[in-house]
Structures are given as C-alpha cells and as structure tokens.
Design a protein around this ligand. Structure first.
Ligand SMILES: *Cc1c(COP(=O)(O)O)cnc(C)c1O
Length: 394
C-alpha cells in the first residue's frame, strides 16, 4: 500500500481515536525510523517513551525472538521462570518488595488503586477509600484512571465515573491537608507530570506529602509510567526526590517496545492482593518479560544511567540557546520546550516534514528520545529542530 492507501484504509477500519501525524512508519534502527517511502527521521519521541533502547536493538530482539520461539504465552495458573526472574530483578532495581505485572500504564494504576483501597479496607473497614490526586495529572484512559486524572477535559461523556478521587494543586500543601478528613487512603502523583506539560514537582512539596502520608497511614503512590525505567537518569524519578513510595507504577519504557505494566509495592503491602482479588490473562507475558529483562540488563550496565543524565544536560543546554525557545524543563531525557512563537502541534508537524519526530504536551514540545540515542543522532535531530524553530519565527 502507498501512504494514501494506508490512510484511507485506516479511516475505513479503525475508530478515529487518534489525531495522527502524516506519516506511516515502517521500520527503524537505533534512533532513526523509516516511513513507507523509505524517508528517514530522527526520532525524539520513541513511541512516547516506549522504545527505550531504540529500534532493532540486537540484544532486545534476540531476547524476544528466543522467548517467542520457546514459550510465547502461558497462563498465570502456572509458574514460568522468565516472568519470575524479571519480577525479582525489577523489585531489586526499584527497591520494592513485590510486583503485579499488567499490560499497560492504566492497568498498573488500576492495580495501585485496588491495592490502596483493599489495604485500607482490610485495616480500617469500609469508608476510607478516597484517593488524593493532583491537578494537571494524567493516570490513564480506563474509566477509573480517567477519574484519577486531574484534568477536567477527561471528565466528560463517560458518566458515571468511579467515585472517590479528589484533587489538589501541585505545591498546595495546605489544600492537601484540608482534604484529610479521615476518609483518605492514598495520595497519587507523578514526580514530573508528563502529559500535563513536563512539569517537575517541587521537591519540598513532595517530601512534605510523604511526611503527611507517613503520619496518617496514607499510602504514597507514585506513577512512574512515563518517568520510570531510566527516563530521568535514575531508575525511578522519585529517587531524585529522596522519597520512598509505598506503591510505584511503571509501563511505557519498561518493555522496550512490548506492552507491559507493573505495580510495585513495599513489604507491608505484599499480601494485600491475595489469590482471586486481582489478575490478568496477559499480565506478565513471557515474551514481554524477556524484552523487559533486556531493558533492565541495559539500564544496569556501568555508566548507562549517567549517560542518560549527560545526554539530557547536553540537549537542554543546546536547546536553551536556540531561537524561539522561551524555556526548557525536565529531567534526564524527559524534556519540555516552551516556545515563544507558534503552535506546538504545527511545529511538530513541520519537524516531521524536515525529518524529525517530536511529541507535544499541552502547549510545549516534548522530547522523549530513546535512552540509547547517540550524540551524532542528537546533533542531527537538534539541527533539524533549530532550523524548524527558525522557520516559525520568520
Ligand atoms: C502514558 C501514561 C499512563 C497511561 O499508560 P497507558 O499504557 O497508555 O495505559 C499513565 N500514567 C502516566 C504518567 C502516563 O504517562
């Protein structure tokens, strides 16, 4: 099919849930993707932070291929070693005690919400089920994770939504304290709000929230779906904040391109979701776990995460000196760019024409390149971005 045929077939066969860029991606290598006509693009988006090792990474591909050939799926009615050794490694790296494996970020957050509510129900009985979430947050697309998302635009059409979520402004400690009426079981937050526009939370606020949680036996749940798995230069972004969450959720970059989500908890929660209270047919799929294990192996190689930090600093420094850039924020290779002039979506479309994939978040350009991106690929991408930003100004 040529591009026009692909586009037509899409409109005739898929629900129109996505506002897509004008390109059909056919393949990739390193941090470069190719479209259906063979044109290449530097990828500063990595499938929204998913392709953490870039495209066609040799070790990741062979781990996945070998597992697919040996055992693609087996029910969670049975033990399988690849899932279990992956979970063990994941818990070690995250400093957590137990994992539940799911297939997406929303599912990982669903698990976190069930876990928090059941912990509280087991200990205090019914009626202590409220979860405090932050305004401008994003936690997923299921009915319950939409409810947990602190943006009004997501609370439309699909009524009735799941009850029991209240929202406070990030940084508003008094606002948060005012919501504590004995019915709160958890606080849920992203250390850097991703979809909300790459907004890092104030470290002092986050540490105060942790303190309040500790004093009131309220669980601290950190959504690391976008920030986790090395994206910010640490395995988890919460490490930058010096906090120890009770629950951590991960997905996106964890699988390196295959769907996997994880809800991790500390020792005190390890037995809460007992047999029959939660589950997933595909969760912990052996092929996804083999790919994710290859990601963990790479993240633990000597100097890898420091390399992410250095590449992030290099990119931010160069971006800050570009025309039409008002400000640059973020952590590691999670970068938000506030432009002086022009619409972010239109700039992203122009970048595409010029051979560069970038993302947007609210009114910002957002960069989430593969963690394995080379300095040569970074330079080539930044050159295109700089030229495109200049065009907007003209
Ligand atoms: C992407 C994202 C989600 C949802 O993940 P899906 O895999 O799309 O369900 C949840 N939380 C955060 C912070 C995200 O960035």
């Amino acid at each position: 099919m040529n591009f026009e045929e692909i586009k037509l077939a899409e409109s005739q066969s898929l629900m129109p849930t996505y506002a897509r860029f004008n390109v059909a991606v056919a393949g990739g290598r390193g941090s470069v993707v190719f479209d259906s006509q063979g044109k290449s693009y530097i990828d500063f988006g990595s499938g929204i932070g998913v392709n953490s090792l870039g495209y066609s990474d040799a070790e990741w591909v062979s781990a996945v291929q070998e597992q697919a050939a040996r055992l693609a799926h087996i029910s969670n009615l049975y033990y399988n070693e690849v899932q279990i050794s992956f979970a063990k490694r994941l818990c070690q790296m995250a400093g957590m005690a137990r994992a539940f494996l799911a297939n997406s970020g929303a599912e990982a957050n669903e698990c976190a919400i069930k876990l928090a509510r059941k912990y509280s129900h087991d200990k205090y009985g019914a009626g202590r089920s409220v979860i405090i979430s932050l305004k401008n947050s994003f936690h997923g697309r299921t009915v319950t994770t939409l409810s947990a998302t602190g943006q009004e635009v997501f609370h439309q059409y699909f009524f009735p939504f799941t009850e029991g979520f209240v929202f406070v402004e990030a940084g508003d400690l008094n606002g948060l304290k005012a919501k504590l009426c004995g019915d709160v079981c958890a606080v849920m937050l992203e250390c850097v709000q991703g979809e909300g526009g790459v907004v890092p939370l104030d470290p002092d606020f986050v540490r105060q929230v942790e303190k309040i949680c500790r004093e009131n036996d309220i669980l601290l749940m950190v959504d690391e779906v976008q920030t986790g798995a090395g994206r910010t230069g640490k395995f988890l972004a919460c490490e930058h904040y010096g906090i120890k969450p009770d629950i951590v959720t991960m997905a996106k970059g964890l699988g390196g391109g295959l769907p996997i989500g994880a809800c991790l908890c500390g020792e005190q929660l390890s037995g809460v979701l007992s047999a029959g209270t939660h589950g997933s047919t595909f969760g912990g799929n052996p092929v996804a776990c083999a790919g994710a294990k290859a990601v963990l192996d790479r993240l633990s190689t000597c100097g890898f995460l420091d390399g992410v930090t250095q590449k992030g600093e290099y990119m931010r420094r160069r971006l800050e000196s570009m025309q039409n850039v008002k400000s640059v924020r973020g952590l590691g290779l999670m970068i938000g760019i506030e432009v002086e002039k022009g619409d972010a979506k239109e700039i992203a479309a122009k970048c595409l024409e010029n051979g560069l994939l970038v993302l947007t978040a609210k009114t910002l350009l957002r960069l989430l390149p593969p963690l394995t991106i080379t300095y040569d690929e970074i330079d080539r991408g930044l050159e295109i971005l700089e030229a495109t930003l200049k065009e907007v100004r003209a």
